[in-house]
Design a protein around this ligand. Structure first.
Ligand SMILES: CC(C)(COP(=O)(O)OP(=O)(O)OC[C@H]1O[C@@H](n2cnc3c(N)ncnc32)[C@H](O)[C@@H]1OP(=O)(O)O)[C@@H](O)C(=O)NCCC(=O)NCCS
Length: 171
């Protein structure tokens, strides 16, 4: 079967959500709102410069995904930098080279966009994933820190532009 690598489409959303949730989700009507939130996220990803959701398709089935985010860095002469998030290959297709090809596709897209660096974080417990990234020339140079924010987050709310100058906060 031919493997295809491409940008995600709206028709992929149900399969992508199942992939993100480890294939454990059975999607029924109650999940419609949930799917709408993912659809909204995909719209925003698609309409944001340098931002992509990439998928691997095999025999009409979505078997892998990753999110590629690129941004201008306020260092390296304002160069463009790339970041990978949400990398998953469906469990029954792991270890067959799909993840490697998808990662290579993201790296070449980042190069096409003029990125000087591509980076990611990976859960400290995922030793297999670390081996995978290191086999693809990613070096373990930094330790990552994450802090979950206890926010009443509204998924459909887009991020706004920078605050105006008079929006400074006295502290
Ligand atoms: C990590 C992952 C994306 C790699 O995709 P893949 O298609 O399995 O990778 P490839 O077939 O191209 O490469 C195989 C290599 O990936 C690594 N690997 C990681 N998890 C694996 C798994 N469950 N099965 C097989 N290989 C795995 C191994 O290092 C393997 O190399 P090896 O044969 O020398 O052991 C995929 O296994 C996956 O989705 N894992 C679960 C989710 C995850 O960890 N995502 C990364 C979050 S940072």
């Amino acid at each position: 079967m031919q493997l295809y690598l491409r940008d995600a489409l709206h028709d992929d959303i149900e399969q992508l959500v199942a992939l993100v949730l480890g294939g454990k989700l059975t999607i029924d009507e109650d999940d419609q709102l949930f799917l709408d939130d993912y659809a909204d996220a995909l719209d925003e990803i698609d309409s944001t410069d340098g931002s992509y959701l990439l998928v691997a398709e095999l025999g009409g089935r979505i078997v892998g995904m990753l999110q590629l985010i690129t941004f201008r860095h306020f260092q390296h002469r304002g160069g463009r930098c790339a970041e990978i998030e949400s990398m998953h290959v469906i469990d029954d297709e792991r270890g067959r080279g799909i993840g490697g090809r998808l990662l290579g596709y993201a790296v070449s897209r980042a190069k096409d966009l003029g990125c000087y660096r591509i980076q990611l974080t990976s859960n400290a417990n995922r030793a297999d994933a670390h081996r995978f990234y290191e086999a693809h020339e990613f070096e373990h140079t930094h330790n990552g820190y994450k802090r979950y924010l206890d926010l009443d987050w509204t998924p459909t709310r887009s991020a706004s532009r920078r605050r105006p100058a008079d929006g400074r906060v006295p502290v």
